[in-house]
Design a protein around this ligand. Structure first.
Ligand code: SF4
Length: 178
């Protein structure tokens, strides 16, 4: 028998909760997981840090183990811009143009001291470089070093995967023993 409402004579009908037919949140989580494990960097370099980025993709370090080895020659096929090196004022418009040509969603890693802040080229009166790529485009992960090691680029990609999917997929590096 239906339960009676205290204030009315009508039977109280509890609304039936129907689960949504299509659960977009679950689908989005799945897409984010796939996306995070298949990041496609753009192939371009600016200065010495580029060599470490290239080393990360070669057989010794083997970035392919983590799903990001497919460096694309076109910004239209890439979703990650790794900015590896010094940003000269002459190169700045080209970098911004490349970033704008990348489809959404897209991410940026500032790789090395020059890309973060101008590195060793910051001094009074300097006129040739941009002191940090984040003055031109948004940056998701910063990797310090002059140059950073390929392993540091791996950590940056792990961090990016975590930003995209909300989960770190690989073991944490061992803590430094003092
Ligand atoms: S951070 Fe150091 S290694 Fe990297 S581009 Fe600048 S000067 Fe070269």
């Amino acid at each position: 028998m239906a339960e009676k409402d205290k204030h009315t004579t009508e039977p109280m009908i509890k609304p039936k909760v129907v689960p949504p037919v299509v659960q977009f949140a679950v689908a989005e989580k799945f897409i984010e997981m796939c996306r995070s494990l298949s990041i496609w960097p753009m192939a371009f370099g600016l200065a010495c840090c580029s060599l470490e980025m290239m080393a990360a993709g070669m057989s010794r370090f083997d970035l392919a183990r983590f799903g990001s080895e497919v460096f694309r020659p076109s910004p239209r096929q890439a979703d990650l811009m790794i900015v590896p090196g010094t940003i000269s004022k002459k190169m700045a418009p080209a970098i911004v143009r490349l970033y704008e040509q990348m489809p959404h969603p897209k991410w940026v890693i500032a790789f090395g001291s020059c890309a973060i802040s101008g590195g060793p080229f910051v001094f009074k009166g300097q006129y040739g470089i941009i002191e940090g790529i984040d003055k031109l485009i948004p940056v998701d992960v910063y990797v310090p070093g002059c140059p950073p090691r390929p392993e540091a680029l791996f950590e940056a990609i792990f961090k990016l995967q975590e930003l995209i999917s909300g989960k770190r997929w690989w073991p944490e590096p061992p803590k430094e023993v003092k």
